[in-house]
Design a protein around this ligand. Structure first.
Ligand code: ADP
Ligand code: AIR
Ligand code: ASP
Length: 272
């Protein structure tokens, strides 16, 4: 496992793409073209459509931005394109490094075919450095580097304001089984290891992030939803400049530029 992260990113990325071209994606293309069907769900940042095949969905990324459980609303021009492309690249990197994901095929700059899952209603948050609600809750400043990453869960429930819970609560509420929560935690820490190393190579510090997991029809747990500046805190390693959605949440200005900059760092690194 460990050796894989030490492999240069470019090699891993290229082989991920090659694997997809000869694996799942090519099979899918051969079988049928994915057509967008009924709108299944419109969320705060994405629309989710059915396809001709019940095992797959098409996700369409919007420029809409919300914060504080939807209380603050706005638009970040070009965000949908960036989040779609970034999430797809990072999920392919993760897949190569032991974390199965819902990514199947990028259809165009805003739309992607994903494996349909039943989302486990947990927001899984990993933190490397104090920030955001952690700093507020425990009365500490932002920027304290932890000796070990932390994990926390919140119950994905907008009506309740996504309350924090621990794994025992998640079991008690029947949200997951013991085996599932162990798998989810293991994958979340692996996501952190892989992404922390990757972003470091781009001159970016991965402060914290939120991921979601889901169950395939056979019960297999995979990574779903998105990984983007909407769901991660990403700070410039040199200057500490925030290159993520906190610029929108906190009215820091330069929101669009920050999304462009972080995507630029990623693509520059891939292209070398
Ligand atoms: P929200 O529901 O928080 O407003 P979004 O606007 O991002 O969020 O909507 C996307 C929805 O699709 C989320 O509820 C997310 O959990 C769900 N989702 C993400 N990936 C998948 C998937 N592979 N299968 C089914 N649902 C998914
Ligand atoms: N997050 C949590 N809920 C929604 C999102 N996107 C992400 C934030 C941050 C991490 O989870 O983007 O990267 C922790 O957020 P907070 O607010 O709990 O400090
Ligand atoms: N997207 C969530 C909301 O709208 C949380 C956040 O990103 O701040 O409330």
């Amino acid at each position: 496992m460990k050796a894989a992260i030490d492999t240069p990113w470019r090699v891993m990325y290229n082989s991920a793409v090659v694997m997809n071209a000869v694996g799942d994606t090519a099979d899918l293309r051969r079988k049928k073209r994915m057509n967008k069907g009924e709108l299944l769900y419109e969320g705060k940042a994405k629309k989710v459509y059915e396809t001709d095949d019940p095992a797959y969905l098409i996700v369409s990324y919007k420029d809409d931005a919300t914060a504080f459980n939807g209380l603050k609303k706005g638009t970040i021009a070009g965000k949908g394109v960036i989040n779609n492309q970034m999430s797809n690249l990072l999920m392919q990197l993760l897949e190569k490094n032991g974390v199965p994901s819902h990514f199947v095929e990028e259809l165009n700059e805003r739309e992607t075919v994903v494996k349909r899952v039943k989302i486990v209603p947990l927001e899984v948050i990993i933190r490397n450095i104090s920030a955001g609600s952690f700093a507020k809750r425990y009365g500490v400043e932002e920027g304290i580097v932890f000796a070990e990453p932390t994990v926390e869960f919140s119950y994905k429930n907008d009506d309740l304001g996504d309350p924090l819970l621990n794994s025992y609560h998640a079991l008690a509420l029947g949200l997951v089984t013991k085996e599932e929560i162990a798998t989810i935690e293991k994958y979340a820490f692996r996501v952190n290891e892989v992404l922390k190393a990757f972003w470091k190579e781009c001159g970016v510090t991965l402060v914290d992030f939120k991921v979601e997991f889901g169950r395939l029809a056979d019960g297999t747990i995979i990574l779903a939803d998105e990984i983007s500046p909407d769901t991660c805190r990403l700070w410039d390693s040199e200057t500490g400049k925030k290159l993520d959605k906190d610029r929108f949440r906190r009215d820091l200005g330069g929101v669009e530029d920050a999304y462009q900059e972080i995507m630029g760092r990623l693509t520059a690194h891939i292209k070398g």
